[in-house]
Design a protein around this ligand. Structure first.
Ligand code: NAD
Length: 379
């Protein structure tokens, strides 16, 4: 059928690539003198400026980098939407090994690249970047979050992320264990910045905790603070009989291979992209395991960061931010209720809630961009 003159043209060429289709903008930056090669993916600014961290790591190919940054940016759109944040979805990657490529010139060139996007993208710390990088970026552009508390920022987001996971675990306890985390057995796989702080909360709540990590030093650091914590092998931690398995290390831990071996009532952890493929959400339901969707559970870091840019302009306040992070318990409750009502998986229910919020608020965003001097204003 011949399209009507008013129909938008179908995407073609590079715009039709599976990774970038539907994205507002994918920007490439090259700065020869410093060796900077970076990509910023802005998936959606319907709810506000695109917020997401800068990942600094080598990629086998540039196509791999594009695929990674787009997958992560899309995920940020959903995370912010379901969490009730006025932020869109974006992400950035710097291609290369930060141990050898990082330099002041490269970070500042990258910061100027971010600045050129005019506030449509707000960056933050991610794998391979540090708070010192964010502080350096701040010297070139205001479009950066998670800078040091001394510079008026919110600092390392990990404690807030861990607090959000703890609140999500409490919400699960309310549903599954009569509200009691005390004496419930939680296996925390990965005790880095988030996992170790989560163990502190769990021990304080009286839970029985087992930890696992590929780094023996990370396990020892936790055991030095909490000698009563048990230890499991990192490769088989998911098979330990427990009430909740909490993945706080890598993604893709829930798969056709691992799900049949789970011996827990629920999964709730900070790791990003825990389902290897979407069908794993159905596998978990079939296995009788309640899955708390990762991007709902681990939103504490971005909720904390969003408080740096409070709409009223008030300075960042940690107590206010952590109160807001505690709202993850309510969000998770809504997601699980919706999954039960729709007869769908928690992961699908979280996606639907996010999409509904974007659809409801996108017209408001269009009004905002239509105002004189508009553009998607910073929150
Ligand atoms: P981190 O690097 O500080 O800690 C990760 C820990 O996992 C390390 O101690 C590492 O040795 C361990 N690990 C690696 N492979 C493992 C394996 N196969 N089994 C067990 N342990 C393993 O990272 P982090 O900041 O604590 O983040 C943990 C996870 O949470 C990541 O998936 C991250 O993307 C996600 N996340 C973190 C934040 C945050 O604020 N830091 C926010 C949202 C999501």
């Amino acid at each position: 059928m011949t399209p009507a003159p008013t129909d938008p043209p179908a995407p073609s060429g590079v715009f039709a690539h599976a990774e970038v289709e539907g994205f507002e903008q994918v920007a490439f930056c090259h700065h020869g003198p410093s060796g900077l090669r970076a990509i910023v993916a802005i998936h959606s600014t319907a709810l506000g400026p695109a917020l997401g961290g800068t990942r600094f790591r080598p990629y086998a190919t540039e196509a791999d980098a594009v695929a990674d940054v787009c997958r992560l940016a899309r995920g940020m759109t959903y995370k912010h939407a379901v969490s009730g944040l006025d932020a869109g979805g974006g992400k950035a990657v710097i291609l290369g090994d930060p141990r050898t490529l990082r330099s002041e010139a490269l970070v500042r060139a990258y910061a100027r690249f971010i600045d050129g996007l005019g506030g449509r993208y707000l960056t933050a710390e991610d794998v391979g970047t540090t708070q010192a990088d964010m502080d350096l970026i701040r010297t070139e552009t205001p479009h950066v979050t998670g800078v040091s508390e001394g510079l008026g920022g919110s600092g390392d987001p990990s404690p807030a992320t861990a607090w959000g996971v703890a609140c999500a675990l409490q919400a699960l306890a309310d549903r599954l264990f009569d509200g009691e985390l005390a004496h419930r057995h939680v296996v925390v796989s990965g005790v880095g910045k988030v996992g170790a702080a989560l163990v502190d909360h769990l021990v304080a709540a009286g839970a029985r905790v087992t930890v696992a990590d590929v780094d023996p030093g990370a396990v020892e650091a936790v055991r030095a603070r909490h000698p009563g914590v048990g230890v499991a092998d990192a490769a088989t931690a998911h098979t330990v009989a427990c009430d909740v398995f909490s993945p706080c290390a890598l993604g893709a831990v829930l798969s056709a291979r691992t799900i049949p071996a789970l011996r827990c009532a629920a999964v709730c952890g900070s790791a990003n992209n825990q389902l290897e493929v979407p069908a794993d959400g159905v596998r978990l339901v079939d296995a009788g395991v309640l899955y708390a969707p990762d991007f709902v559970v681990n939103a504490g870091g971005v909720i904390n960061i969003a408080e740096e840019r409070h709409p009223s302009g008030v300075p960042y306040d940690r107590a206010r931010a952590w109160d807001r992070v505690a709202g993850i318990a309510t969000t998770l409750g809504r997601v699980l209720d919706r999954a039960a009502a729709d007869g769908t998986t928690p992961a699908e229910a979280a996606d639907r809630l996010a999409e509904e919020r974007i659809a409801a608020l996108a017209p408001v965003a269009r009004l905002r961009t239509a105002t004189p001097g508009g553009g998607t204003a910073l929150p």
